[in-house]
Design a protein around this ligand. Structure first.
Ligand code: TRP
Length: 334
């Protein structure tokens, strides 16, 4: 099948700042996909209300997330880039899907249980039905491919269950959405403190944000965990040193990487030099994205144009789907 006809959909929550892990784990793949598939990328502002009811900063977050993603290469002319609340058809489909979702299965969702633990004072119904809203986002465009990280796999499994129930009860209408796996390309970006991967909730100094200043990038990298260095040639690398090499692989030239690899192997490496070089290359990588995102974020006219155009296209697709849904369900009285 012509890939352009295959529909890809994903959502980005407007909470937190984009970091290097998001870039190599998700955004870079969206950028590649937009050329080959029919892509819908959405800022999930309604989803963010389930955990962030205070909307004072929501608008700035939405503008920022949009700016950062465009700065990374998402192209509003190639992909449909929109904001969830601009497509009210989402809410209508969400309502219909709620009748197909059982409270029991929603209560068992891992993300729901986590959030109940984190916010015991705000266990709202929106949190419970979060996977239903996410399913509405996806099937509103009858998307079959959903590029998401591992943490979203259960939501996708639930989406497939809701779709199966719909199709079974009202007739085959929706494809079963699958997580889009990039296989080897789903890169894990290690954190700078030698534990786990970069993420927004962990230690702030261990994560490089695409909005970090040059000085901040340098500071974070120079603080990364190292040791006195290998005491003999061909010693295996400890985890935190493997991490530094992995980061270097992402942003440095192959010759630079090779040079430090061989210095490690003959035990002549100086981690200070390696980190200085990594900081230079990281700044060269991040600074242009940061600057582009910043200037976009100040250009509200442009952002609003992008959102309006995205909403228009998304609503066209949504209206088509909803008509099919209503026809299938017999909700068409005239
Ligand atoms: N739940 C997703 C996350 O937290 C965001 C999201 C909302 C989403 N709607 C979506 C992802 C639809 C994929 C498809 O990252």
């Amino acid at each position: 099948m012509d890939k352009k006809k295959q529909i890809v959909m994903s959502g980005i929550r407007p909470t937190g700042f984009l970091h290097l892990g998001n870039y190599f784990g998700a955004v870079r793949n969206y950028v590649r996909l937009q050329q080959e598939y029919s892509c819908y990328f959405m800022v999930a502002d309604l989803h963010s209300l389930t955990t962030h009811p205070d909307t004072n900063e929501l608008k700035e977050h939405v503008y920022r997330v949009l700016s950062e993603n465009i700065a990374c290469g998402l192209d509003p002319e190639q992909a449909v880039l929109y904001c969830q609340s601009h497509v009210p058809e989402t809410a209508e489909l969400y309502l219909l899907l709620n009748m197909l979702a059982y409270v029991g299965e929603l209560e068992k969702t891992v993300t729901f249980k986590d959030k109940v633990r984190q916010h015991p004072d705000n266990i709202n119904a929106g949190l419970l039905t979060y996977p239903v809203l996410q399913t509405a986002d996806i099937i509103l465009h009858r998307a079959a491919l959903v590029p998401v990280g591992k943490d979203q796999e259960q939501h996708l499994e639930m989406a497939r269950n809701f779709v199966k129930r719909f199709n079974h009860r009202y007739g085959e209408l929706f494809p079963e959405p699958q997580a889009f796996n990039f296989g080897e390309e789903l890169l894990k970006v290690p954190s700078l403190d030698g534990t786990g991967k970069m993420s927004k909730s962990e230690n702030q100094y261990a994560t490089l944000y695409l909005g970090d200043s040059d000085e901040m990038i340098k500071k974070k990298i120079m603080r990364a965990k190292t040791d006195a260095g290998p005491s003999a040639p061909n010693t295996p690398k400890p985890d935190y040193i493997v991490n530094l090499f992995q980061l270097m692989q992402l942003v440095s030239a192959p010759v630079t990487l090779a040079q430090f690899e061989s210095a490690y192997m003959d035990a002549s490496i100086r981690y200070g030099d390696m980190k200085s070089q990594l900081a230079i290359d990281m700044i060269r990588f991040i600074a242009p994205i940061r600057e582009k995102a910043l200037s976009l974020q100040q250009d509200k006219d442009r952002l609003q144009r992008v959102m309006r155009q995205g909403a228009e296209k998304a609503r066209e697709s949504a209206a088509r789907t909803l008509q099919l849904v209503k026809d299938s369900m017999g909700l068409n009285y005239y």
